[in-house]
Design a protein around this ligand. Structure first.
Ligand SMILES: NC(=O)c1ccc[n+]([C@@H]2O[C@H](COP(=O)([O-])OP(=O)(O)OC[C@H]3O[C@@H](n4cnc5c(N)ncnc54)[C@H](O)[C@@H]3O)[C@@H](O)[C@H]2O)c1
Ligand SMILES: [Zn+2]
Length: 744
C-alpha cells in the first residue's frame, strides 16, 4: 500500500510506462492482473487524497497515445474505458453507487463476455462503411479503414442508412491465433505474446495485405452515434446482428445475484469459448437511462467490467529466510508484504533454490509475482525488474545452517533450476561428445512404432531391444553420461547445486522428521503438528521420533497450554499407531525416494523381513526403476536402514506394525508357515520377538484358534494358555523359542 506522495508519484510513473508498452507498443511488460493491482493502488491513494491527483495518471485518461504513423480520426461520440470489479462485494458496491446516483432501484441489466481484443469504431453513412478507427485516447483514434475492410465479419454495407457508429472488438479466435503463431515460428519470426497484442498489431498495419492474412474477427458490443431511438441495448444489438454482424451473448439480469450467476456461468464456459475473454461486462439495458447517468472521468457509470479471478498477484519481497527440511535441504522462503491472493492472505512464498534466485536476478525489495494454485504453497514466480527503484539489494546464499550453524554442503538439485521440473533418473540420457547428440530412451519402438512403457527393455510386439544405445548411432563413438533437464534441455552439469545441512542431528531436521512421521503421509498422529513438536523438542521431552513412545501424560501436563484432555488425546493418538500397517510405518520414516507406492510394494513383498532385505532383492522389485542394475529406491532404503539401525530397533521395540502375511518365507526354519500366538511377559519387547518370528515365516495371531500351531508362553500368562491347552496347541516356553530362533 502506498502511503506518501512520493510513492504515489513513483507508482504513476510506473503505470505510465506499463500503459505505454501495452497500448502504444502493444507489447506489455507485465500481465493484466499485475497492472490492475497497481492501478487500484493508485486509485485508492487518489480517492484518499483527491488534491494530489496527477493529470497524467492512467486513472484519468482512456487508453494511451495515438500512434504517430497512422492518420487520426475524431470519434463522433467519445469512446470510453471501463471500471473494474473483482468480486461479488465490489459488484454490489457498484450497483449501490449506481442506484444512489439514479435515485431509483435499477433492475434491468445485460451481461456480455468482455472480449480481450482491440476496440474498433465503425462509422456507416447511407449504409456504407465510411471509416473504421481504433479507440486511441477516446476522443481521437487511429484510422484503419483500409485494414477493417479486410475483415470478413465487418459488413461493408448495411441496410440501415442513417449515420451510425457501431462499436465492437477486433480479435483473433483462439484457433486462428495458434495457427498464426505456428506460421510465425516456421518463418523464424517472434511469436505474439497473446491474441490481444496480435490483434492490435494487425489492425495497425500500413499494408492491409498483411492484415488480410491475419484472419481477424469482429464482434459488435455497442453503439456510438445513433440517431435511431432504441430503448434497449439488447434489442439494439439484436438488430445490429440482423444487419450482418456476428452475435455476442447478451444475457438479461435483474439483480446482483443474477449478474453473479451469469458471471459464474461465463467463467465456466471460458475455456470452451472460441475467443479470449478476460471477464464479463455488465451494463444497464435502458439506453436512455445510460445516457442520463453519464460518465466519470474515463468510464461510463452504467457499465462495469467484472474481471475473471486470477491466481497471480504482485507484492514486495521484504527478505529471504532459509528453511531446513528433514533431508537437510535448504529452501529459501520469501517474506512478503502481505497480499491477498484468491481470498487468502499471503505473506510467505517459496523460492525453490538459490540457483533460481541467481538466474532470475531476484533482489530484496523487488516487486515479485506471486501465484497460488489450488492448495499448493504460494510461490514467487519472478521479479518485475521494470519496477525497480534503486532500493534493491542482492540476495546471498547462506554458508551455514540457520538452525545448527553447520557449514552447508552443495548437493545435486532435485528440480531443474530453469523450468523447475522435478529431476528424476530418466534425466540422464547418454550423450555423444563428438556429434553433440542426446540419446533418450524412445517412447515408441524404433522398429515397429509400438508404444513402450518407461520400464520396457524390449518392444512387446517385435522384441526389438529398445534400451539406450551403448555407442552413438551417428558416429559409433562412446557415449557419455550427461544430466540435462527433460523439459527445457538445460545442461545441468555446471549448474550450481542445492544447499544441504549435513548434520543428521540438526534440530531443524529432527523437528521436520518428527512432524513428517506424525503427518498424514506418515502415521497420522492427531494433535502432533509442527508447533507441538517444536514445544516438546524445546523442553527436552522429545529428542527424536522414538521418544514419542515414552511420552508420559504427567510430563505433558507440566507444559504450558496442556490440560488433562489434550494430553490424553495425544497419548492415545500415539498409542493408536502401534499396530499401524507396515507400509505406513515405512513411509513415516521419510526415507528419500520411499513414498507411499514404494512402501506398499516393499511391505507386500517382504512383510516384516523388509528390515533384512538386501539391496539386490529390493532392486528386483517391479516398478523400482532399476537402471543398469541400480535402483535409487533400493540404495536409499538400505542405506537408511544401515545408518539408522538403532533407531529402527528402538522403534520396533515399542511398536509392532501389521504386515501382510508372506506365504513363502525367504528363510526357512522351525516356524516357517506356522501360526503362532504369544502370551505373558517376555524378556524382550514383544514387537521384536514378533519381527523375528515373522522373519522366519511365522504368522502371528492375536488369539488362539483351531489353526494355531504354537503358543509362546511368558511369565504370568493370560487366558490364552487355558485355551491353547484345551485345543491341544503345542506350548513353547521362552527358552525353547530362542533355541529355535537361533537354529533357524
Ligand atoms: N498489462 C499491462 O501492462 C496493461 C497496461 C494497461 C492496461 N492493461 C489492461 O487493460 C485494461 C484497461 O484497459 P482499458 O481501460 O482500455 O479498459 P478495458 O480495455 O479493460 O475495457 C474497456 C474496453 O473493453 C472492450 N470490451 C470488450 N468486450 C466488451 C463488451 N462486451 N462490452 C463492452 N466493452 C467491451 C471495449 O473495447 C472497451 O473499450 C486493464 O484492465 C488492464 O488489464 C494492461
Ligand atoms: Zn542444520
Amino acid at each position: 500500500m502506498i502511503q506518501t506522495l512520493q510513492d504515489y508519484h513513483r507508482l504513476v510513473e510506473k503505470l505510465c510506462t506499463l500503459a505505454h508498452h501495452y497500448y502504444v507498443l502493444a507489447s506489455p511488460l507485465v500481465s493484466d492482473e499485475i497492472y490492475d493491482q497497481l492501478y487500484r493502488e493508485a486509485l485508492a491513494y487518489e480517492e484518499a487524497h483527491p488534491t494530489d491527483i496527477l493529470a497524467h495518471s492512467p486513472t484519468q485518461r482512456v487508453g494511451g497515445e495515438v500512434v504517430p504513423f497512422l492518420p487520426k480520426q475524431e470519434h463522433k461520440v467519445r469512446m470510453w474505458s471501463l471500471d473494474n470489479v473483482f468480486n461479488f462485494k465490489e459488484l454490489q458496491e457498484w450497483l449501490k453507487r449506481l442506484s444512489d446516483f439514479a435515485k431509483a432501484p435499477l433492475e434491468s441489466f445485460v451481461c456480455s463476455p468482455k472480449l480481450d481484443g482491440a476496440s474498433l469504431n465503425l462509422y456507416y453513412e447511407n449504409g456504407q462503411l465510411v471509416s473504421a478507427s481504433m479507440r486511441g485516447n477516446g476522443v481521437v483514434g487511429e484510422l484503419v479503414t483500409h485494414n477493417a475492410k479486410t475483415i470478413r465479419s465487418i459488413p461493408l454495407k448495411i441496410p440501415y442508412t442513417k449515420p451510425i457508429e457501431i462499436r465492437g472488438e477486433v480479435l483473433l479466435l483462439k484457433e486462428d491465433f495458434k495457427a498464426l503463431n505456428a506460421q510465425r515460428l516456421a518463418q523464424n519470426l517472434a511469436p505474439f505474446a497473446n491474441a490481444r497484442n496480435a490483434s492490435v498489431g494487425s489492425l495497425r498495419q500500413l499494408n492491409s495485405s498483411v492484415t488480410a492474412q491475419r484472419k481477424l474477427t469482429f464482434y459488435p458490443w455497442g453503439l456510438g452515434l445513433c440517431p435511431r431511438a432504441f430503448n434497449s441495448l439488447q434489442k439494439a444489438m439484436q438488430e445490429v446482428q440482423e444487419w450482418g454482424f456476428l452475435s455476442l451473448d447478451f444475457v438479461a439480469c435483474s439483480s446482483a445475484e443474477e449478474i453473479q450467476n451469469t458471471f459464474d456461468a461465463f467463467s465456466k464456459k471460458r475455456p470452451n469459448l472460441p475467443y479470449e475473454a478476460d471477464g464479463m461486462v455488465a451494463m444497464l439495458d435502458d439506453l436512455e437511462l445510460q445516457h442520463s447517468l453519464g460518465f466519470t472521468i474515463k468510464a461510463p457509470r452504467f457499465a462495469i467490467a467484472y474481471k475473471f479471478a486470477t491466481a497471480e498477484k504482485c507484492t514486495k519481497l521484504l527478505r529471504v529466510i532459509n528453511q531446513v527440511g528433514r533431508s537437510g535441504a535448504i529452501t529459501p522462503v520469501g517474506v512478503l508484504e502481505p497480499v491477498s491472493v484468491q481470498g487468502a492472505l499471503v505473506s510467505r512464498a517459496t523460492l525453490d533454490n538459490y540457483t533460481q534466485i541467481q538466474q532470475q536476478d531476484l533482489q530484496i525489495n523487488d516487486i515479485v509475482v506471486v501465484v497460488r494454485s489450488g492448495d499448493v504453497i504460494p510461490k514467487i514466480l519472478r521479479p518485475l525488474k521494470e519496477l525497480r527503484d534503486h532500493t534493491q539489494k542482492k540476495i546471498t546464499p547462506p554458508t551455514h545452517c540457520p538452525s545448527c550453524a553447520t557449514a552447508l554442503q552443495a548437493q545435486a538439485l532435485n528440480v531443474c533450476p530453469a523450468c523447475n521440473l522435478a529431476l528424476l533418473l530418466k534425466n540422464k540420457p547418454n550423450f555423444c561428445p563428438k556429434c553433440v547428440r542426446f540419446f533418450q530412451k524412445p517412447t515408441h519402438c524404433p522398429a515397429c512404432a509400438s508404444p513402450l512403457s518407461s520400464q520396457q527393455q524390449k518392444c512387446p510386439k517385435c522384441a526389438y531391444k529398445v534400451g539406450l544405445p551403448r555407442a552413438c548411432l551417428e558416429c559409433g563413438g562412446d557415449l557419455i553420461y550427461q544430466e540435462f533437464c527433460y523439459r527445457c534441455n538445460l545442461d545441468l552439469r555446471e549448474r550450481a547445486r542445492g544447499l544441504v545441512c549435513p548434520n543428521t542431528s540438526c534440530p531443524a531436521r529432527v523437528q521436520e522428521g518428527i512432524v513428517y512421521f506424525a503427518s498424514k503421509q506418515g502415521l497420522e498422529i492427531k494433535g502432533l503438528g509442527d508447533k507441538v513438536v517444536a514445544q516438546l523438542l524445546r523442553v527436552g521431552l522429545l529428542r527424536g521420533v522414538a521418544d514419542l513412545y515414552t511420552l508420559k501424560k504427567q510430563d505433558l501436563l507440566t507444559l504450558e497450554g496442556w490440560q488433562e484432555k489434550r494430553a490424553d488425546n495425544l497419548i492415545r493418538a500415539i498409542e493408536s499407531t502401534k499396530h499401524a500397517p507396515l507400509w505406513r510405518f515405512l513411509c513415516a520414516l521419510g526415507i528419500e525416494h520411499v513414498g507411499k507406492g514404494a512402501s506398499q510394494v516393499l511391505s507386500n513383498a517382504f512383510g516384516l523381513q523388509v528390515f533384512n532385505a538386501t539391496q539386490a532383492q529390493i532392486t528386483k522389485l517391479k516398478g523400482f526403476g532399476s537402471v543398469e542394475g541400480q535402483s535409487k529406491i533400493a540404495s536409499s532404503f538400505v542405506g537408511y536402514l544401515q545408518e539408522n539401525k538403532t533407531l529402527i530397533e528402538t522403534l520396533l521395540g515399542h511398536i509392532a506394525p501389521t504386515a501382510p502375511h508372506i506365504k513363502e518365507p525367504s528363510v526357512g526354519g522351525f516356524f516357517a508357515g506356522k501360526n503362532v500366538v504369544l502370551t505373558g511377559t517376555l524378556s524382550q519387547p514383544r514387537a521384536r520377538i514378533c519381527t523375528q518370528l515373522e522373519q522366519q515365516g511365522a504368522h502371528i495371531q492375536t488369539s488362539v484358534n483351531k489353526q494355531t500351531d504354537y503358543l509362546i508362553c511368558g511369565e504370568n500368562p493370560g487366558s490364552k494358555l487355558e485355551k491353547a491347552k484345551s485345543q491341544g496347541v503345542q506350548i513353547l516356553d521362552e527358552e525353547t523359542l530362542f533355541k529355535h530362533l537361533k537354529n533357524a
